[in-house]
Ligand binder design. Sequence first.
Ligand code: NAP
Length: 267
Amino acid sequence: MTTPTHTDDTLAPGAPPLTPRVAIVTGGAQGIGAAIARRLAAAGLAVAVLDLNVDVAEATAAGIVAAGGTAIAVAVDVGDEASVAAAVATVAERLGAPQVLVNNAGVLRDNMLFKMRADDWDLVMNVHLRGAFLMSRAVQAHMVPTKWGRIVNISSTSALGNRGQANYAAAKAGIQGFTKTLAWELGPFGVTVNAVAPGFIATDMTRASAERMGLSFDELKANAAAASAVRRVGSPDDVADAVAYFAGTGASFVSGQVLYVAGGPHG
Ligand code: NAP
């Protein structure tokens, strides 16, 4: 295991040194979150892989450690206040105060409005919006005293409207308002808050969408690629690279932004 070291000339005068830096990635067990966790670990951060599915999170963390990085897996349900408090306390105890938070955990419960059940609405709001709120509130308590922090929220092109996703689109648009508000509130304390809004990314989430739509995954990917300006679908690494930019020291003057990582102009 390597101990990441880091210096940062964007620190406020008199602020404590930031070595090592610690990142939390929610929903980090698989898909986009796992790629973000690996990307941040490769940049020298100690990464806490938080997920509902702790067994898969353990495997992801083990892969990072095997590659020479520092990572732990911690169980969390981001929509549950006590679970969030316990998980963030565990990270602080085992790795140190978190200075980067990536709110990535997500679920889909797609349906047309007239068929959408109230509990499918509530679950999507609970994981994306309440989850980002609870995690950000818990983690900012560690960031504000050090006058340095990075919060990156994962939104979606669905925030702009997408048939069959009233719940998800509302949550992902809500994430953007949440991001801009936190940017105002936390900016004075050296904490930047930005959002990355991916388009179609090949993961288990989009594989499950294909099944629901009665298409093969290859068919759905081909359709998404044809609809994209760059004629391909995205990979989790495409999103991880954008998150790494916002999480880095070079982005200290960039806050409240939404970056569409979607192979074309959106937003
Ligand atoms: P994914 O493969 O389904 O991964 C999501 C992860 O979040 C899973 O490990 C899941 O655990 C975890 N999770 C779900 N509910 C949770 C909770 N309450 N607490 C903690 N962890 C929880 O999805 P993905 O495609 O990588 O998506 C990651 C993020 O990107 C999501 O916010 C998604 O909305 C967003 N996004 C994805 C795409 C895309 O095309 N894939 C596009 C735009 C935005 P379980 O497996 O146990 O449920």
